[in-house]
Design a protein around this ligand. Sequence first.
Ligand SMILES: Cc1cc2nc3c(=O)[nH]c(=O)nc-3n(C[C@H](O)[C@H](O)[C@H](O)COP(=O)(O)OP(=O)(O)OC[C@H]3O[C@@H](n4cnc5c(N)ncnc54)[C@H](O)[C@@H]3O)c2cc1C
Length: 427
Amino acid sequence: MSSAPPESTNSRYLPPSIAGDFTELTEQQQQLLAIASDLGRNKFAPRAAQVDRDAVFPFDNYADMHAAGLLRICVPQQYGGWGADFATYVMTAAEIGRYCGATALTLNMHVSSTMWTGFIADDLDMTTEQRTNHEAHRAMHYRRIVDQGKIYAQPFSEGGAASAGKAPFDTLARKVDGGYIVNGHKIFASLAGVADYYGILCTLDKPGATQLDALYLAIDRDAPGVTVSGDWDPLGMRGTVSRNLHFENVFVPEAERLMPEGLYAQATQRWPHMFATLSPTYMGIAQAAYDFTVAYLRAEVPGTSAVKRRMYPTKQIAVAEMKVKLEQTRAMFLQNARAARVDPSKEVRLALLATHYTIMENANEICQIAVRTCGGQSMLKSLPLERLYRDSRCGSLMLPWTAELCIDRLGRECLYEAGERDEPDAL
Ligand SMILES: Cc1cc2nc3c(=O)[nH]c(=O)nc-3n(C[C@H](O)[C@H](O)[C@H](O)COP(=O)(O)OP(=O)(O)OC[C@H]3O[C@@H](n4cnc5c(N)ncnc54)[C@H](O)[C@@H]3O)c2cc1C
């Protein structure tokens, strides 16, 4: 008679919460995670393969997110939103990233528009007049989102040093009666031709303009002078539809200014977590690759053979390796999410860069181990792993904080205090 324990016939692997221990979550976090999980599992995951194959924007997912209130997650409560804070948003975004990376990544562009104008702007210094103007402007933008489900994109990349945060944007806004005339272009603009408004970063056109003169304006997709160009057939994140945008003498009414003049520069200095909203998508992808691998080795992935592979020591070591990386990543993700605030200490700033880097790089490494461990099946388009693997590669390429630039900044900021310089001959 065998001494092996009887095998359970009905237990299955139940993927855990993206946010770890549920008891530490607020009621709102639990509520939003439940909504994201339900939509992701039941709606986004079944659509993800087609969105990826056809490189098309996931319109149906956005209709579902509008209906469920997710498009207004960071709209302040007094304007009809959830008023979610940074931690709550990034956990929700990571949950969505488990099921459709392109949906989570494009949602980031939209939600950033409401986060920057919302709780981030609330923390910034403004004159009374600026504050009054800002309230009037954002009320209009939030009404569009809350009442009509309008979508905002966030194109700032131009292919030069500005997107890396090292020079003024080349796209220029000239002040005219009632608004601005905008000329310039953006590359890799997620939601190009899809979003209702493009929340662009540009420079106020004046002699001697610097990065301090950056302006954040919303441009109507249908405004005269706005065009979209270029093919979109990339390696991964195919549903983001990140094509080129061109602006030729586009008139932008003053009310479309998303932040008062000069406030974007203040935000970048005082609220650095504003650039860490891309990585939650990749936290979700890392979790999804792990979940897939465990389910696969337990022979629980629908549509694959019922042969278990979990008993092989090599597979167990690989899963343990993935779990170590995943938990390291999650711990940093959650700690960083909860540390977000205006004027963070130097230690928090450094940890932020280290976290962003870790999430982006580990997501891809976890996917690589998953592919090696699950073997030939992982190559099949009928299963999600090959998509996760391709999508995961795109994370560390995204400016302003690519993996390279995180390392550049970290290395420098670890070794220099504010204002310190070396003599040129010591470089
Ligand atoms: C799927 C996807 C979606 C995207 N969506 C958006 C979007 O919605 N909005 C948006 O604005 N952008 C978006 N981007 C663009 C992205 O943020 C980058 O701007 C783009 O990938 C950079 O293109 P590049 O590699 O040609 O840039 P390059 O400027 O050639 O940079 C290449 C690398 O060189 C390094 N580098 C660049 N400049 C400097 C510098 N001054 N100093 C030191 N190192 C530097 C960086 O590590 C960078 O990764 C998206 C990109 C992808 C892949």
